[in-house]
Design a protein around this ligand. Sequence first.
Ligand code: UDP
Ligand code: MG
Length: 323
Amino acid sequence: MNLSIVIPLLNEDESLQELHDWIVKVMHANGFSYEVIFIDDGSTDRSWKVIEDLISLNPNIKGIRFLRNYGKSQALHAGFARAKGDVVITMDADLQDNPEEIPEMYHLIKEENYDLISGWKKKRYDSVMSKNLPSKLFNWAARKTSGVKLNDFNCGLKAYKNVVVKNIEVSGEMHRYIPVLAKNAGYGKIGEKVVKHQARKYGETKFGMNRFVNGFLDLITIWFLSRFGKRPMHLFGAMGSIMFIIGLVSAGFIGINKLIRLYNDLPTILVSSNPWFYISLVTMIIGTQFFLAGFLGEIILRSKGHQDRYKIVESSNIAELQE
Ligand code: UDP
Ligand code: MG
């Protein structure tokens, strides 16, 4: 099969039929074999009914239904697990992404051998204050921390090699950073294609302003995990040891200083009246805790067993491995 088109949706009943017809038209025009996987992320409107009707009429349509709303990332994850096509496309259900872009994205993956092609909504049809400005900032921060040079991380329209989606774990609200997840999994040939974007035709956006707060927190998580997720001791152990040593040396200094002054009959204060004493105590305690956090992290990693420590390419693709 050429293509799997994965479409997460929440309360988009008005758009689905139109989206389906448009996709089918593009697939036929290009002679693609395809499947469309709709993932109903706990809709409370007629979305699932519409999907069932589509399934009964078109054998290429598949549906997954969540019993409650789990979020776009979980919906994508469920779709990725079932995608069989050589190239996997994700797109939004609200008709903002244009199916006409699919053939060219397919060719970029197939012929130019890209791992991932991300859409770039160069000209956006969303409101300036709530989307365009914050998203510029957000994309800038994502570029800086991840080193993936994309203009538009959060575009719903993307194309992947099938192996890529099988080897990334999209959880929480990580759908905004799939290119970063792909890069961290070793799929670094990531490209960008300018795509046409439409204003939302029906319904309204499902993400409010909190997308930016959550987005930045997720960005920190991802940066942190990719740098220290596999070796927590390198961060926490180092920080903890340094803090502990500083605390110990300064506590020692306070004590020795006191003894020397006593010996020389100089005026002294109680060690516990010296503010530095408390600072060094706190430093030693926090240092120990950092060290323990690192150590616990290492134990947790060990107990996960051997699976998933590294990703390999099967021997039939040995040429790819040697590149
Ligand atoms: N969506 C989803 N689960 C959610 C929120 C959104 O499956 O919890 C879907 C939504 O139906 C749409 C896509 O994700 O197909 C993008 O959502 P939306 O258009 O609201 O985001 P925006 O375009 O405003 O970034
Ligand atoms: Mg939208």
